[in-house]
Design a binder for this molecule. Structure first.
Ligand code: UN1
Length: 502
């Protein structure tokens, strides 16, 4: 069977990049090529931005409820194609099929949720302090949005950015990670079929670096929405900040599950295994630390090691597989490089720790689910984002130390506490320096109707999803209408018959 050739989508047309070159889209479970992908250069970015610029004015004036209706249709198409999209996702980036279905569902949820904003986008109408004067605020689109998305949620995360951008009247240039061009193409096809006018959404395929920098600094781009590593986020912020562009960054995490002595240990184990090894640990919300109170630590570690060793690695399309591959050979190498680092610092590998090369696994990029123990809070495995199926267990004396250790990394995305003590739970909710907090649940699985994002180096203060997403993709405009027919001076003029303070 001939493999599909994936192209850019610019100004409503599917086109090859100016280079004429392509690169391979690889199934990480088998190493096989599943598609060839056009390889864009900066000239293609220019074309995409130009098309978006030209389309943005008309799109801004397209009634918002009608923009929302296009999104509803896109949601319906995704729902109809859910199984197909999920299978393609598993083939393209490896996550197990049930999780790929979840990723597609999250994209559908976001699309429906944001489609409703076509008929909301509330502003304020407030009383003015002077008579015969009107005061209100409304949202205004930012203009052209560059959506730069990662490979770990190849459908859901693009919808987090593209859908709110569109419903608010922005045009978009979409640059997905080079590991997941197929799902990006599928999403654009859905929006094309749903009736999005040409030029409003443009797709540029290729790898970051030069292409990304060009997009970020392009004078035609007003806002950059980026999800990825903190290093890249900081680089992009530097480039964009100098040009006073709007920028929203969703970056790394070093999320922890805290298990206190009064916890239901078996319940916490389910949460740890799911949060540490689900998606092969490749979620920004993954639990790459477990902070265990002394009284439960021994029992917890013993059981966790047992559970980790039992997980079956394999192709995510097979029903018996618990944990799929990591996305690429390069990621595999990076994940694995943390093992000697941990050992050198005095930690111990209690489960896993190896690259798996048995039988068919040799062809893909598989890393054993790994539990590292004897970890101190300042060790590299307890501080740096690994983005693989590796978790580090740290022992603490009680809730005070647990919270201190929890907050001792530069990141602040997600955390959880397992406890039966309501006082501990509330203290934890109050003191955790993270954008997401779970009680008696793991660190993954945020729902789209609440803000998603993190504190400290996890971001730059913005949030995706929920109502918060609207603030990223719009500017506030405050409007005063004076219908008194005379000059009225706010803060200065007195109103006839009204006593004012001296
Ligand atoms: C991510 O890993 O970048 O909360 C997003 C979760 C998912 C989203 C993860 N709903 O785990």
């Amino acid at each position: 069977m001939a493999t599909e050739h994936l192209q850019n989508y610019i100004d409503g047309r599917w086109v090859d990049a100016s280079t004429g070159d392509s690169f391979a889209d690889i199934d990480p479970a088998t190493g096989e090529t599943i598609a060839s992908v056009t390889k864009s250069a900066t000239a293609d970015v220019d074309r995409a931005v130009d098309a978006a610029r030209r389309a943005s004015d008309q799109w801004r004036l397209y009634p918002a409820p009608k923009r929302g209706e296009i999104l509803y249709r896109a949601g319906e198409l995704m729902l109809r194609r859910k199984e197909e999209l999920a299978r393609e996702m598993t083939k393209e980036m490896g996550k197990v099929l049930p999780e790929a279905r979840g990723d597609v569902q999250e994209g559908i949820d976001m699309t429906y949720y944001i489609a409703g904003e076509g008929r909301r986008q509330f502003g304020d109408v407030v009383p003015a302090e002077l008579p015969n004067k009107w005061a209100m605020s409304m949202r205004h689109p930012v203009g052209v949005v560059a959506a730069i998305t990662p490979w770990n949620f190849p459908l859901a995360i693009p919808t987090w950015k593209i859908m709110p951008a569109l419903v608010l009247g922005n045009a978009v240039v979409f640059k997905p990670a080079s590991y997941t061009p197929l799902l990006a193409v599928r999403l654009v096809q859905v929006l094309e079929e749903a009736g999005l006018p040409k030029g409003v959404l443009n797709l540029v395929l290729g790898s970051g670096g030069e292409l990304g920098d060009h997009l970020v600094t392009h004078p035609g781009v007003d806002l950059i929405s980026f999800t990825g590593s903190s290093d890249t986020g900081s680089h992009i912020s530097e480039l964009a900040g100098r040009l006073l562009k709007r920028i929203s960054c969703e970056l790394g995490g070093k999320n922890a599950i805290v298990v206190l002595d009064d916890a239901d240990v078996d319940l916490s184990l389910d949460g740890i295994v799911w949060s540490a090894f689900g998606t092969s640990g490749q979620r920004c919300t993954a639990a790459s630390r477990v902070i265990a109170q002394r009284g439960v630590a021994h029992d917890l570690v013993e059981k966790l090691v047992g559970r980790a060793k039992k997980l079956k690695l394999g192709n995510g399309l097979e029903a018996s597989t618990d944990v799929g591959p990591v996305v690429s050979a390069q990621q595999l190498e990076r994940v694995h490089s943390f093992i000697p680092v941990a050992e050198k610092e005095g930690a111990t590998v209690a489960a896993g720790g190896r690259v798996s090369t048995e039988g068919p696994l040799a062809k893909g990029f598989f890393h054993e689910p790994t539990v590292i123990v004897d970890v101190k809070p300042n060790m590299r495995v307890a501080q740096e984002e690994i983005f693989g199926p590796v978790t580090a267990v740290i022992e603490v004396t009680g809730i005070d130390e647990a919270i201190k250790v929890l907050n001792s990394t530069k990141y602040g995305l997600s955390c959880s506490v397992y406890t039966r003590n309501v006082n501990h739970a509330f203290r934890f909710m109050r003191d955790a320096e993270t954008g997401l907090v779970y009680v008696n649940a793991g660190t993954i699985g945020a729902e789209i109707q609440l803000p998603f994002g993190g504190m400290k180096a996890t971001g730059n203060g913005h949030r995706e999803a929920g109502r918060a997403a609207l603030d990223v993709y719009s500017e506030w405009k405050s409007i005063y209408v004076d219908y008194s027919g005379k000059l009225q001076r706010a803060q200065m003029d007195t109103v006839e018959g009204v006593k004012t303070a001296p």
